[in-house]
Design a protein around this ligand. Structure first.
Ligand code: ADP
Length: 228
């Protein structure tokens, strides 16, 4: 396969100093994602999955190593430059959806597009199109409290997809969902990688998702143990 990495991390590690000593959350680790690749990171609780995800998405600065994304070293960017790169090129999906209670489904998505500089009418048109793509064309005016868990996660996915990101980072995106909604979310992430060429990094301990991934990276005690 021709290699076309969109993210390359080399030797990234993180140790926390706590009251009782130090905790090595992540031993120096290499990790990469190709364009259009859906990579799943699995492993037991406390194995370092969230730490790895936070480092490779630029939310956490590692103690060692470098993360190169789209030709830029994330660990060398100023806070402002990092924020700008994330806004332009990264989509995030969280376990608990992180929707804003007062906003309708369409506003949750269009606000991100407006922040990127799109005029509000265009942002609304694109937001409704993406919500239709995830099967929520009939829920555009609903606020989170009138949506089911599966629908809320689809709004969060639409919010991540609308800006056509180069990378999507998902942290346990299906753990608050039943198996049918979980499957739909996994299918959407897979389709995004395949159709849009987006690199997708998904942290999950749900073994049902492994079938959708191009590659599964297993972690244990802050290290990558196996890749399949
Ligand atoms: P996972 O996502 O696989 O559950 P984490 O990356 O959250 O694992 O955590 C890895 C290890 O680092 C755990 O032992 C956790 O307790 C520890 N850890 C994570 N964040 C902190 C922190 N801010 N301070 C101290 N220890 C932390």
């Amino acid at each position: 396969m021709k290699r076309d990495p969109v993210l390359t991390a080399r030797g990234v590690g993180k140790t926390y100093v706590t009251g009782g000593g130090t905790v090595t959350a992540l031993s120096p680790t290499d990790f990469s994602v190709e364009r259009g690749e859906f990579v799943m990171v699995s492993g037991p609780s406390g194995s370092g999955k969230s730490t790895l995800l936070a480092i490779v998405s630029g939310l956490l600065t590692p103690d060692s190593g470098h993360v190169e994304v789209l030709g830029q070293d994330l660990t060398q960017l100023s806070r402002h430059q990092g924020d700008a790169l994330r806004l332009a090129s990264f989509g995030f999906i969280f376990q608990r959806f992180h929707l804003i209670p007062a906003l309708t489904a369409m506003e949750q998505v269009s606000i991100v597009l407006r922040r990127q500089g799109l005029k509000s009418r265009l942002a609304d048109v694109r937001a409704s199109r993406v919500l239709e793509d995830v099967g929520l064309g009939h829920r555009l005016k609903n606020r989170p409290d009138s949506l089911s868990g599966g629908e809320r996660q689809r709004v969060a996915i639409a919010r991540a997809l609308a800006k056509r990101p180069r990378l999507i980072f998902a942290d346990e995106p299906t753990s608050a969902l039943d198996s049918s909604n979980g499957r739909q979310v996994a299918e959407m992430l897979r389709a995004t990688a395949l159709d849009e060429g987006t690199g997708v990094v998904c942290v999950s301990h749900d073994p049902r998702l492994e079938a959708y991934a191009d590659r599964v990276v297993r972690m244990e005690d802050g290290c990558i143990r196996t890749e399949a």
